[in-house]
Design a protein around this ligand. Structure first.
Ligand SMILES: [Fe+2]
Ligand SMILES: [Fe+2]
Length: 146
C-alpha cells in the first residue's frame, strides 16, 4: 500500500493512540509487570521512531517557510520525550500514575492535532522534492516502526 506522508503519519498517530489506550487498560487491570513493560516498550519505540522520522524528513522540508511553527513542534517533541522518560522510570518501578499517563496522552493528542493542521498539510502541499532519491513516504515508512 502506498500512502502519502500525511496519511502515513496520521495513521501512525492513530496506531500509537490505540497502543497507548491498551497500556492504560493493562495498567488498570493490574496485568503483570512484564506484559506492561512490553506494551510500554512497543509504544515508546513507535513514538520515538515517529518523532525521528518527522525531524529528519519533514521538519527540514518546511522549516524555510514555517520556521516558528517547526521550532514549536520540535520543542513539543522534546517535552514529550522528557515526559516519556519520566514514565519510563515509573514503568520500571511498576508504578504508572494515572495523572502522569493522562498528562502524556493529552500532550501527544494535542501535538498530533496540531501537526495535522500544520506540518502534514504543508508537507502535502509541497509535494515531492525534485532531487529526492526516494519518495518521502518510502523513507518515512523505513523510519516508522509499523
Ligand atoms: Fe510530531
Ligand atoms: Fe506526528
Amino acid at each position: 500500500m502506498t500512502a502519502n506522508p500525511k496519511e502515513l503519519l496520521s495513521h501512525d498517530h492513530a496506531r500509537l493512540d490505540a497502543l497507548f489506550a491498551e497500556i492504560v487498560d493493562a495498567a488498570e487491570a493490574d496485568v503483570d509487570s512484564r506484559t506492561l513493560g512490553e506494551l510500554w516498550t512497543a509504544f515508546e519505540r513507535g513514538l520515538l521512531a515517529h518523532f525521528n522520522a518527522e525531524e529528519r524528513y519533514l521538519f527540514p522540508r518546511v522549516a524555510a517557510t514555517h520556521r516558528d511553527e517547526i521550532h514549536e513542534l520540535a520543542r513539543e517533541h522534546d517535552e514529550i520525550r522528557a515526559l516519556l522518560s519520566e514514565l519510563d522510570i515509573a514503568v520500571d518501578l511498576h508504578f504508572l500514575r494515572a495523572a502522569n499517563v493522562q498528562q502524556l496522552v493529552s500532550r501527544i493528542r494535542a501535538h498530533a492535532e496540531r501537526e495535522d493542521r500544520t506540518l502534514y498539510r504543508w508537507a502535502q502541499e509541497l509535494g515531492e522534492p525534485v532531487k529526492s532519491a526516494l519518495p518521502v513516504e518510502d523513507r518515512l515508512k523505513r523510519s516508522i516502526d509499523f
